[in-house]
Design a protein around this ligand. Structure first.
Ligand code: MRU
Length: 346
């Protein structure tokens, strides 16, 4: 693959050839969040400009922006963008509307803790002042959250690359890459970093039913970066492990309880069981903002139920469609965070 075909994982070219970061704040249009519409990938690279609470909530709910850290960044930027448009000259009324909007956005998806965390952090950054000053506080904090996330991803990549050796087959689930974060990803960060350092590895990407984040998004971004990737159906993972093609599993996380129990995309738990059976190390990569120390175990993690039409084919059949599962901490070999690799939650 020639160098000009290798794109940086955190930057994308839109149809007009402009480089942008997703999610990001459109520098040229105040009060706007700029995201890639992930529902259109891999067929079309389209941008969405979000300017009000309906648009921000809709984008989060239908997974136009998705992945725990990216949801957090988009929510923070979205709140700052909405606050540019509040129609009031009264600072008290501005704060009332800010809290109401913050609560609405934070309630959009319940499992990824980064959403509520980023909203709380953005609101807490507001210092009393004029409306203009408060709007600036919100935007500054949202951009700091985005910049922090980018730095955390880079650090996860640096720490995690020590686990990767040339020739390895690495299995991942869902999409925990550049599309899912403000940087180069969590689970994919060590892969990008090792690859850029010359470590020739091969990625196996679960399809990730029902919304195909693996076969649509992980396969797309790794292919764009020139990294060899093979898509498999979720149900093939144990067999591919048995065939000796997988030496390491790395997944992302939506919320990790204080004891290390980890909520991630539905299907992660069964991967961890299969990996344990085949004696394959199973790592979770996450920024520490994904740890929820207020809950002791995974039993307390709220699991989002998605609409029936995502999996319904036969009229009359009942539908059960949880978007996430919880992998017990004892099945997890280690956690790769921005601060290092740990066998238990630091
Ligand atoms: O429903 P999604 O696509 O938002 O689920 C995403 C995941 O489960 C990811 O693995 C997780 O958020 C980590 S992203 C760095």
């Amino acid at each position: 693959m020639s160098e000009k075909n290798i794109i940086q994982p955190v930057r994308w070219l839109d149809d007009t050839g402009r480089i942008f970061v997703s999610p990001g704040a459109a520098a040229d249009i105040p009060g706007m969040v700029d995201i890639i519409d992930q529902t259109k990938l891999p067929h079309r690279l389209e941008r969405l400009h979000l300017t009000d609470v309906t648009a921000v909530c809709g984008a989060i709910q239908r997974l136009s922006v998705r992945g725990a850290p990216a949801i957090g960044c988009a929510a923070a930027l979205g709140l700052a963008a909405c606050a540019q448009r509040f129609r009031t000259a009264d600072p008290e009324a501005f704060l009332v509307q800010l809290h109401r909007t913050a609560d609405t956005i934070a309630a959009e998806r319940p499992t990824a803790v980064n959403l509520a965390w980023a909203i709380r952090r953005t609101v807490a950054a507001v210092r009393p002042g004029t409306i203009r000053e408060m709007q600036q506080c919100l935007l500054d904090e949202a951009l700091t959250i985005l910049a922090d996330d980018r730095a955390r991803c880079a650090a996860i990549g640096q720490h995690g690359m020590s686990l990767l050796k040339p020739g390895m087959g690495v299995l991942t689930h869902c999409n925990a890459g550049a599309l899912a974060t403000g940087g180069c990803g969590t689970a994919l960060a060590p892969i990008y970093t090792a690859w850029q350092a010359g470590c020739a590895l091969h990625v196996f990407s679960d399809e990730t039913r029902p919304l195909l984040q693996g076969s649509r998004l992980t396969a797309w971004e790794l292919t764009a970066a020139g990294i060899p990737v093979t898509t498999i159906c979720d149900s093939m993972a144990a067999q591919v492990m048995r065939e000796g093609k997988i030496q390491l599993v790395i997944v992302g996380a939506d919320r990790v309880a204080a004891n290390g129990d980890t909520a991630n995309k539905i299907g992660t738990y069964q991967l961890a069981i299969a990996a344990r059976y085949h004696r394959i190390p199973f790592y979770v990569a996450l920024p520490e903002s994904t740890i929820d120390r207020t809950i002791p175990t995974g039993d307390a993690i709220p699991i989002e139920q998605r609409p029936a039409d995502e999996i319904a084919h036969c009229p009359g059949a009942a539908i059960y469609n949880p978007a996430f599962d919880v992998t017990p901490h004892e099945l997890i070999t280690g956690f790769i965070t921005e601060n290092g690799i740990f066998s238990a939650i630091p």
